[in-house]
Write a protein that binds this ligand. Structure first.
Ligand SMILES: [Cu+2]
Length: 147
């Protein structure tokens, strides 16, 4: 039984951990489609992790709408039937508003959404996993000594 446990720990050390570390070094990217329609965005809350490369594809479902992202100072505009996209690295954590930059009607000023850039969870998971496995190994050694 303990042998199986030891083998499992060794397995995790040799295969799972390096893959975690590797993925963390590589730039992760994701594409998010945002549908703009008088006078809202769908989705209107986007959550990403710090360090991720984010590509935003803006799709307009009625008239020309814009997308201006506070804090990052990025902008794009989409005509109906003509998508546009912007790509950036989410290097600042926090909550940033994005709003329509094309006057599209009476409630245009209320056309708003939020980009939430959270901490790098992958890195945190990696640290936790390392600690967990380290303590796990110590426990195995300790239990073995008691036999
Ligand atoms: Cu608009």
């Amino acid at each position: 039984m303990k042998k199986i446990f030891t083998i499992t720990v060794l397995f995790l050390f040799s295969f799972v951990l390096p893959s975690f570390a590797q993925e963390d070094n590589g730039e992760r990217s994701r594409t998010i489609e945002i549908k703009a329609k008088k006078f809202s965005y769908t989705p209107n809350i986007i959550e990403v992790n710090k360090g991720e490369r984010v590509k935003i594809r803006l799709i307009s479902e009625d008239v020309t709408h814009g997308f201006y992202l506070d804090g990052y100072g990025l902008e794009t505009k989409a005509n109906p039937g003509q998508d546009s996209s912007i790509s950036f690295v989410a290097d600042k954590t926090g909550r940033f508003a994005f709003r329509c930059s094309v006057t599209c009607g009476e409630f245009h000023p209320y056309m708003i959404g939020y980009l939430v850039v959270g901490p790098n969870l992958r890195f945190r998971n990696y640290v936790f996993l390392t600690l967990f496995l380290g303590l796990g190994s110590l426990a195995v050694i300790f239990l073995k000594k008691r036999d």
